[in-house]
Design a protein around this ligand. Structure first.
Ligand code: G4P
Length: 287
């Protein structure tokens, strides 16, 4: 079903992170709260070493709050990691980040030294939105610093924190079909990169197991026991995705279903659960 693999981008991302990491004090890794494993990249964990990291579970408004709480507990078990769930446009949520940075880097802060922070993550997790909210009206470029790179600028948040104004971009790992399918379902991949129908069917299968009531409510279905394809057919028929002759246009039905999912119309859904995916994080720690 999936999808392209981009070794060129990966190499560039790696070089960029290797260059910048030693020059920052703390990494803000932005993950998608709905799929914290698949929206992470093990490269960062390997390169970060003992550098403190705050893992942001962004888009918490789209994710199942119980599952997000469970992820936060699990993430905080990693070394030198604090975890926070938020909505990147919400100033109150984002306002918690500077406090957490100052507590993680308390010694440096007390010594009056600036806390140099960079935001990293795969495309579409909300890095730019987060930087904009963090910078807010107080945004003040402080110009090129030789300590960083010739092209990277910093924003003085005027609360002890210097933030790199462009995020570090990691590439999503697409060599695992399940994870790539979840990334596609979340909207993190361009449509040309995956097969819509297959992604919709796999997602529908997952939703009927974990969120049956929400699927029933959204599509007025009473019984979810058939094959995913026949469920999608019922959904498409109910929503008028038909071609001439009255047959269901499955591709349109799949697109509509994925649009509903991404727009929160089926409700708050987490696509990964810690019980199933915790081992993925353990592997990152060991490698
Ligand atoms: P990136 O820099 O990591 O690539 O991500 P970016 O900030 O561009 O955000 C990607 C999409 O995710 C944007 O939507 C953005 O509005 C949305 N987003 C970011 N944070 C949150 C959040 O906490 N909750 C929700 N629901 N969405 C969030 P878009 O449709 O691509 O653009 P637009 O609607 O903002 O125009």
């Amino acid at each position: 079903m999936i999808i392209d693999w981009y070794p060129g981008h990966m190499k560039k991302a790696r070089a960029q992170i290797i260059e910048i990491l030693p020059k920052v004090d703390l990494v803000l890794e932005v993950l998608d709260a709905r799929l914290p494993v698949s929206s992470s990249n093990p490269l960062l964990e390997r390169l970060r070493g003992q550098k403190p990291c705050i893992k942001i579970l962004n888009k918490k408004d789209l994710a199942d709050p119980n599952i997000t709480r469970a992820w936060l507990r699990l993430l905080e078990k990693q070394q030198q990691v604090k975890a926070l769930a938020l909505e990147a446009k919400d100033r109150r949520d984002v306002g918690l980040i500077p406090k957490l940075c100052r507590s993680v880097l308390a010694q440096r802060f007390k010594a009056g030294k600036p806390l140099r922070v960079m935001v990293v993550g795969i495309p579409n997790v909300g890095k730019s939105t987060l930087i904009n909210t963090l910078a807010g009206k107080k945004m003040a470029r402080v110009g090129d610093k030789p300590a960083i790179t010739t092209t990277t600028q910093q924003i003085d948040l005027r609360n002890g924190i210097l933030l790199l104004d462009t995020p570090g971009i990691l590439w999503p790992v697409l060599d695992n079909l399940g994870g790539a399918g979840r990334l596609a379902a979340s909207g993190a991949l361009g449509e040309a990169a995956y097969a819509t129908l297959e992604v919709a069917l796999a997602t529908l299968d997952y939703l009927r197991e974990h969120y049956p009531q929400q699927v029933k409510n959204r599509y007025q279905l009473e019984d979810l026991s058939g094959a995913a394809l026949s469920l999608l057919e019922q959904i498409g028929r109910g929503r008028g995705c038909l071609v001439s002759g009255g047959e269901v246009d499955l591709h349109r039905a799949a697109e509509m279903f994925l649009r509903d999912l991404r727009a929160n119309k089926i409700g708050r859904i987490s696509l990964e659960r810690p019980t199933e995916d915790a081992s993925a994080f353990d592997q990152y720690q060991e490698s």
